[in-house]
Design a protein around this ligand. Structure first.
Ligand code: RUQ
Ligand code: CUA
Length: 664
């Protein structure tokens, strides 16, 4: 496709013909200029300045890049199976992917929000959302592993999530799809949307010490689609803002029927008020079913708990809880500036960006400057809450981040560009083309009270001609811009894993020294641990056989196992005895239909294996751990069901008869 200059007409055509990505900037081939290479070059052996946590979109994982180099450091499986780490393959991690619908090993991970203290990113946890089967996850930044996954009831898609308050009191989850609540009969005609479908936003509390999540309460709302959100901060701490579309209540052909209203809404929620209502017993206990999965670092095991009740507040009955602010044309991003005073709504189909004032909103509520109600919730007059509009910013504004110097940068999906504007006078200051169709953008700390306004990264949906072709699917990309001067300067362009949506970054110092190196073997409380080779054994319990195995450079104990029979279920519980940083061992056995294991120092991990034939089955370590890694192997013998071969196991002693000393 030839790049075309974007005009409003082209924009309209793009919408009409369903190709929202039809507009491409001119001179798409423009290369980086000047001293760009120098600005992103990290010499071998030196560290990056920032960790950048980037959503993997439909791949369900989270990836970690260094900035400014753009080097991929890690992929963290969350709502995904990962053969690199055995995530979702080991018996210990499988429960993490349980839901009330059963094992759901794949989801659509969009947004990343890091924990904050006093409005600053503190480097403790990253929260991410599962968009399809509604879930929230918390990743621990000492281990770079998913520590917890919480399912969300009364929701149908969890897009407006996970956004947090300035002291990580709450993580929120607004449902993308309104649906009949879980406790009513949902077997209703789809075209009764307006009567039967309800919206819902969930406030999940986070334990200050260990990060554990719990649903504090939900707020039932009229049936709109919640898109994105951000918490108030500073003076507006205590409020949450959610963008909503489909205020038309359409249930079919939304691209037309949910795009009719000139304005949709930003919903302002007074969550301090919600807390008061909860205290006063105004919440209704509602029967639901959802699961909560937690990984325990001492037992090295995940557990699933099924929960059956939530407390729901009714936004239509409880005064002062929710307000709607009209916002032009299907708002997407909903972003609050570092001072907490300005709320930016990005209407994807709007030709301007409205900026609302928190102070004016409060005044409007006090003066009852309402233009009416929507589903019994007061609608504040647009002008009464509006600070001003950014005129002609570009086409298809999606998301806004802040540089901490009084400026905002907004991503333009349709006109493929980043646009910098001043928050006070709402004047556009600079624009740069992106390649192409930018979704989210990210400034380190750019949604916090203290942005680190040195770089902005654009996360692009389409790369077309940017990289070597790779078949029908091309890579998505990230583009790094230096924003320390007046003009944004493109300095790096690199492909990403999966489809990046939101991302966050933080100075490396906030994380790197807390990085965990090993699990202490003496603290291992796995029920099948072997804390030394002396504790290794093979135990038969009916047709279940438990192998307590250890791994250390460069042998597995036991490495000869006989007496396994057809019909057995064999559990290899492998403990890595190493107590050194960066010395994992792996485990694989021929015919395992269940993948392999990767075991960190001091950890125990289990592979379940069911032999499907008799014979000899080699097993081995899959991680090249020493010069004698190729020797880190063993054999297992499978005999027919009912065989009399005794159960034996050993390492180093099962020698051929002719090698044995006389008399043995
Ligand atoms: S949404 S760009 Cu979830 Cu904007 Cu992705
Ligand atoms: Cu252990 Cu290779």
């Amino acid at each position: 496709m030839k790049p075309v200059q974007c005009t409003l007409a082209a924009f309209a055509l793009a919408i009409l013909f369903g190709s929202m990505n039809a507009c491409k900037p001119k001179n798409a081939g423009t290369a980086v200029t000047g001293n760009a290479a120098e600005k992103v070059y990290i010499p071998p052996g030196k560290y990056d300045e920032f960790y950048n946590f980037v959503s993997g979109g439909f791949s369900g994982q989270l990836s970690v890049y260094g900035l400014p180099s753009g080097r991929l450091l890690r992929v963290i499986p969350v709502f995904s199976l990962d053969p690199e780490k055995g995530w979702g393959f080991s018996e210990e991690t499988k429960p993490m992917l349980n839901t009330s619908h059963g094992f759901v090993p794949w989801d659509d991970l969009h947004h990343v929000n890091m924990s904050q203290t006093n409005g600053e990113i503190d480097g403790r946890w990253v929260f991410v959302n599962g968009n399809n089967t509604p879930r929230l996850a918390r990743v621990d930044l000492t281990t770079f592993r998913t520590a917890e996954i919480l399912e969300l009831p009364n929701s149908g898609g969890n897009h407006s999530s996970p956004f947090i308050t300035e002291n990580t009191e709450y993580v929120v989850a607004g449902t993308r799809f309104s649906v009949p609540p879980d406790n009513v009969n949902g077997d209703v005609p789809i075209n009764t949307y307006k009567q039967n479908f309800k919206g819902n936003v969930t406030f999940v509390s986070v334990d200050k010490d260990n990060g554990n999540m719990e649903i504090a309460f939900q707020i039932e709302t009229p049936g709109v689609n919640f898109d994105l959100s951000h918490a108030g901060k500073g003076p507006s701490h205590g409020w949450f803002f959610f963008s909503c579309y489909n205020t038309e209540g359409a249930n079919t052909l939304l691209e037309v029927n949910a795009s009719k209203n000139d304005k949709d809404f930003i919903m302002a929620v007074n969550w301090k008020k919600a807390e008061e209502y909860i205290k006063a017993g105004k919440g209704k206990k509602v029967p639901v079913k959802y699961v909560h999965n937690k990984f325990n670092e001492e037992t090295h095991m995940a557990t699933t708990e099924t929960l059956r009740e939530v407390t729901v507040l009714d936004s239509r009955e409880l005064e002062g809880l929710c307000y709607f602010i009209p916002c032009p044309k299907s708002p997407h991003g909903c972003d609050v500036d570092p001072t907490g005073e300005y709320i930016v709504g990005s209407g994807k189909l709007a030709a301007l960006i409205p900026v609302f004032s928190y102070t004016k909103m409060l005044k409007a509520i006090e003066d009852k400057a309402f233009e009416g109600e929507y589903g019994k919730i007061p609608v504040i007059k647009y002008e009464a809450a509006l600070y001003g509009e950014v005129q002609k910013p570009g086409l298809g504004p999606l998301h806004t981040e802040f540089d901490g110097r009084g400026n905002a940068i907004t991503s333009m999906f349709v006109s493929s560009e980043l646009v910098k504007w001043n928050i006070k006078d709402l004047k556009v200051l600079d624009r740069v083309p992106t390649y192409y169709s930018t979704g989210h953008l990210m400034i380190p700390g750019g949604d916090s009270r203290k942005p680190d306004g040195k770089y902005v990264v654009a996360y692009n949906k389409i790369t077309k001609d940017r990289y070597l072709p790779t078949g029908p699917e091309l890579s998505q990309s990230a583009q790094l811009f230096d924003i320390s001067g007046d003009k944004m300067q493109l300095i790096l362009d690199y492909p990403t894993i999966g489809e990046p949506h939101y991302a966050q970054a933080v100075r490396a110092e906030k994380i790197k020294d807390n990085s965990r190196k090993i699990f202490k073997i003496e603290e291992n409380r796995h029920p099948y641990v072997a804390k030394g080779e002396k504790e290794t054994k093979v135990v038969r319990e009916g047709n279940k056989v438990h192998v307590y195995m250890t791994a250390i450079r460069s042998h597995l104990t036991p490495d000869n196992i006989e007496g396994i029979r057809m019909g057995d279920e064999v559990y290899f519980h492998v403990t890595n005895l190493e107590q050194d940083w960066d010395v994992p061992h792996g485990f694989a056995i021929k015919g395992a239909d269940n993948g392999e294991l990767l075991i960190m120092p001091g950890e125990t991990t289990t592979l379940k294996w069911t032999p499907d034939r008799t014979g000899i089955f080699p097993f081995y370590c899959t991680d090249f751990c020493s010069a004698l890694h190729q020797e880190m192997t063993g054999y297992l013998r499978v005999s027919p069901a009912g065989s009399k071969v005794p159960l034996t196991f050993s390492t180093g002693t099962n020698l051929p008869a002719e090698d044995l000393p006389a008399g043995q």
